[in-house]
Design a protein around this ligand. Structure first.
Ligand code: MN
Length: 419
């Protein structure tokens, strides 16, 4: 698909992440105004809350943009999602007669502060990258037992906490936790020393599934409203001690950062691509009716405080073994209903070669092979005040479709964890 031209020139630049093809949804505020709904186009945000108030944007019988979240729009369902996109094309396309109306409701992106784009109902994180699972399994259990016996049959996941999901730009403190290294006689309670990032894609569930009712992969795909970049920050030392037999718990409960713009499933359609060859045939309920992954180039950048940024990994979402739709279908098999605003982390996205690994645990092989930054410093895991930034871009024919940065700084741990 070629670039869809807008009358807004900044949206037509080949490197602009927010061309008319994209139209990602976010929640923003400007000085003196509460957070509300907008859509990014070029270097601007179109203020949908104000347009709805002015009677120019009617999506349903009731107002849906008069709140700091996209959940009400999601709840309207896929027909309304498509209608909204068409309405926006009508306002923003090159030659639009409605240009004058839209221009009154635009604010510069640079003046906006971004907020959580939706209220997270529940958060689940998966483990669906084969390269990642093989690498981590080899480190923790040895090369022979790298992939657990269920891995090629089940998209493995754990139920995380919605309360730990934060928007890009929110800094947080290194956690304290229970640690016990292999050489230690006893566990101790201390700040995590092996704090890590995980490069992931987050799928946002925009439609509910009824309690007690499994769903097919095709139904699951149609329920997904859009995607964000997701950093599933992980305390590896806490994780190694706590994870058996029920999986990660406090090691993943400090923060999960998401990028502020929801890139819709519709915008990503031209970038769909097929999943990998299956090592074993999947059970019928997990078989994809069509291509379910996306060609999204992704990277991880580390910036020490006051220092230069270094890209430490480059990979692509198409490396995954299971898609979000497969994960969602699997999630509903036991009958627990899915909710509007559920967030599903893809699992760490790692490619086959060393510098395409999506976390420091893999990049440094559990700390044995430090990565070198552009200024000569080295890292095994994240140090205090390091900034981690995730990026994701789809490369179209003469245009870019981007997610916007997902960034955060790991601040020093509390000096005393309890009051
Ligand atoms: Mn994860």
């Amino acid at each position: 698909m070629p670039l869809m031209k807008s009358w807004l020139e900044s949206a037509n630049r080949p490197d602009c992440p927010f061309p008319l093809n994209n139209l990602p949804y976010g929640v923003f505020s400007t000085p003196g105004k509460d957070p509300h709904c907008g859509v990014a186009i070029g270097d601007r945000i179109l203020d949908l809350t104000a347009m709805e108030k002015a009677g120019l944007m009617k999506l349903a019988d009731k107002k849906v943009f008069d709140r700091p979240e996209w959940n009400a729009v999601m709840a309207l369902g896929p027909d309304a999602w498509t209608r909204l996109r068409k309405l926006l094309f009508g306002f923003l396309a090159d030659g639009s007669a409605l240009r004058g109306q839209a221009e009154r409701f635009m604010v510069p992106l640079a003046d906006a502060k971004m907020h959580m784009p939706f209220t997270v109902a529940e958060f689940t994180d998966f483990y669906a990258g084969k390269n990642h699972a093989e690498n981590v399994g080899a480190m923790f259990r040895g090369a022979e037992n790298a992939l657990p016996p269920n891995w090629l049959h089940i998209p493995i996941g754990y139920n995380g906490r919605a309360s730990s999901v934060i928007v890009s730009g929110t800094d947080f403190r290194r956690p304290w936790g229970q640690l016990k290294g292999p050489q230690d006689d006893a566990p101790r309670f201390a700040p995590s020393q092996r704090f890590d990032l995980e490069l992931e894609l987050g799928a946002i569930v925009g439609q509910p599934s009824p309690y007690g009712q499994p769903i097919s992969v095709a139904e699951a795909d149609a329920m997904i409203f859009g995607y964000v970049l997701l950093n599933d920050w992980s305390a590896r030392d806490i994780q190694a001690w706590e994870y058996q037999p029920l999986g990660p718990f406090q090691s993943k409960a400090t923060a999960t950062s998401i990028s502020p713009w929801i890139v819709t499933r519709e915008a990503l359609e031209p970038f769909r691509c097929a999943g990998p060859e299956r090592v074993h045939p999947l059970l019928d309920y997990l078989k994809e009716p069509g291509p379910m992954l996306y060609n999204i180039a992704m990277e991880v950048e580390l910036t020490p405080k006051g220092g230069e940024p270094t890209v430490i990994a480059r990979t692509n979402y198409r490396e995954m073994y299971y898609s979000s739709a497969q994960q969602l279908a699997h999630h509903a098999t036991a009958g627990g209903g899915m909710r509007v605003g559920d967030l599903l982390g893809s699992g760490t996205i790692s490619g086959p070669v060393k510098d395409s690994r999506g976390c420091l645990l893999e990049l440094t092989w559990a700390g044995k092979e430090p990565v070198t930054l552009s200024d000569g410093q080295t890292r095994t895991f994240i140090q205090d005040n390091d900034r981690i930034t995730l990026r994701g871009n789809c490369h179209g024919d003469g245009y870019t479709l981007g997610f916007g940065d997902c960034t955060g700084v790991v601040l020093p741990a509390l000096e005393r964890p309890f009051r």
